[in-house]
Design a protein around this ligand. Sequence first.
Ligand code: ADP
Ligand code: MG
Length: 397
Amino acid sequence: IFPGSEDAAGQKATLGVLGGGQLGRMFVHAAQRLGYFTAVLEPDAQSPAGLVSHHHIQTGYDDPAGLAQLAQLCQAITTEFENVPAHTLQTLALTRPVAPGATVVGIAQNRIEEKAHFADCAAVSGVTCAPYTVIETPAQLQAVQAERKDLLPGILKTARMGYDGKGQVRVRTAAELEAAWAELGGVACVLEKMLPLTAECSVLVARGWDGQVVSYAPQRNVHVDGILAVTHAYEGSLPPALATRARDAAVSIAQHLGYVGVLCVEFFVVEDGSEHGGLVVNEMAPRPHNSGHYTLDACDASQFDLQVHAMAGLPLPEPRQHSPAIMLNLLGDVWFDANGQPHEPDWATVLSLPGTHLHLYRKLQARAGRKMGHLTITGPDVASVKTVARRAADLLG
Ligand code: ADP
Ligand code: MG
């Protein structure tokens, strides 16, 4: 689907996205830069992506009329919202190319299926996930309490709908495990062994309909309270051998899924000498990812460009990073001072620092923990990028 093309009904090439958040907004920007029209399906009237798209279909993700309108407007459709109902993607796929597809999104939505997929791939990817077990029934809970003490201390995570550290509880004892499962509502969960992490990293892979695969070098991620805070994207941010293993593993995971579009695979780096050989696969996101936002400013093709290329069937350029980069997430907390009073950060000073690239998502209300924007710092060398990033982080409190 080339930007200048029209379909049989004379409709100009239009790309659609389910979800109106910041990922949808940056996708829309990338699609429009290439000359596409865009359509966003999103229930919120004032969403970051809806505000910048040519078309905004303001309905729920399972509204048949809205989906029919999206399919009618668009020549290809993607999703930025991970928890879109599987049947929504299936319905759209009856008449339009949908990337990523319903099956792979379904796997990524459910930690139980996701881990089973990682286990399936382990022989090829060379990487396993943390030791874990599934808890779906009281009988399984009791069996775990009796027989899987090796998983404690651990983290109990709901199989579905968890993100940014939500839907998970850290447990040390069998009694805490029982209380945590009740606290999470007795829903399907996985109990995962707590690992001694030395770092976390992620890899972005893009795969086309024809099986062409490109990827970025792994980046190191720092989470605070379960939310991504900082991404370090430069040579030396991870040990080179480990980075190569992570990148190869992510590519094989995408290939094994027959994935189409941008996939992010997240890894734990654990203390050396462990049975895991230093690298453990954690989870995957079937879409561009917060840890890949630096690609907008530090690479010659961003993760959103690659999403557009992949879904439209255009060739995938091998992305090249031209500058070392550090990305700082801007959560709503930045808009409040130490006393909890609303305040506007000193943007003039932040933007006067060399190599700062500010991205704001136009969310109407700042709330603690809400992703409002990000700041990427690029520069000629790692040392100067680190210096500016430290200064910017200080200014942003
Ligand atoms: P989410 O879907 O919320 O991102 P994750 O499974 O990635 O859920 O967990 C959030 C964070 O919690 C991780 O980035 C990591 O810092 C920490 N964490 C999760 N699982 C483990 C584990 N098994 N051992 C140690 N830390 C973990
Ligand atoms: Mg995560």
